[in-house]
Design a protein. Structure first.
Length: 171
C-alpha cells in the first residue's frame, strides 16, 4: 500500500506518541493508543465563466502550488457549505462578482501539493454564461485575472491537472 504522506506523519494527533503508521491510502493508525487518523478527500470547486462574446475568465495563481500559472476561478469548500455556495463565495473573493446561474459540468480527482503534504481533492466544475461582462475586482487570493478568447486558451498554461483537463474538453 502506498501513502504519499507516510514519511511526514509520525506522531499521533491524539496521544502524541511516535507510533503512527500508514493503514491505507487515506488513513493512519497509532500503534500506541489504537486510534485512526484520516486524510479524506477535500472538495474543491471551479467555474468556466464565459462572457457574451465567448471569452473565458482565467485567473493567475498567486501562490503555490503552480504559482504564476493560469487557473479557473474557484477554491476549496468550507465546512457546512454546498459546492454552489463555495463557488459563489470563491468567485466573489477572487474577482468581485456573482457568476449567476451555474450548471454542473463534471468532477475530476486531483492531487494538491501544499507545504509538503499531498492532499487528494475532488474538483467539481461548473459552467456559467454571463449576460454582460462584469468589471473585475482582483482579490488578494490571486495574482490577476483576464478574459481569454476560446482560440487563445492554451491548456498547457494551466498549472493544475484537473483545470487543464476541463479546458482541453471544452476547446
Amino acid at each position: 500500500m502506498y501513502n504519499p504522506n507516510e514519511d511526514q506523519f509520525r506522531f499521533c494527533p491524539f496521544c502524541g506518541q511516535q507510533e503512527l503508521q500508514a493503514a491505507s491510502v487515506k488513513s493512519f493508525a497509532c500503534g500506541s493508543c489504537g486510534r485512526s487518523f484520516f486524510l479524506n478527500v477535500a472538495a474543491a470547486v471551479a467555474a468556466v465563466i464565459r462572457d457574451p462574446a465567448g471569452a473565458c475568465l482565467v485567473t493567475v495563481r498567486k501562490d503555490d502550488p503552480a504559482a504564476g500559472t493560469w487557473d479557473l476561478p474557484g477554491g476549496f469548500a468550507d465546512p457546512r457549505e454546498t459546492v454552489e455556495q463555495s463557488l459563489r463565495r470563491e468567485v466573489q473573493e477572487e474577482v468581485g462578482f456573482d457568476p449567476g446561474r451555474l450548471s454542473y459540468h463534471c468532477s475530476l480527482p486531483n492531487e494538491y501539493a501544499y507545504k509538503g503534504v499531498l492532499y487528494a481533492t475532488l474538483d467539481l466544475f461548473f459552467l456559467a454564461q454571463l449576460e454582460r461582462r462584469p468589471e473585475l475586482t482582483i482579490g488578494d487570493e490571486i495574482a490577476g485575472a483576464h478574459w481569454v478568447m476560446p482560440d487563445e486558451l492554451d491548456p498547457s498554461r494551466f498549472g493544475l491537472a484537473s483545470a487543464r483537463q476541463v479546458i482541453q474538453q471544452l476547446i
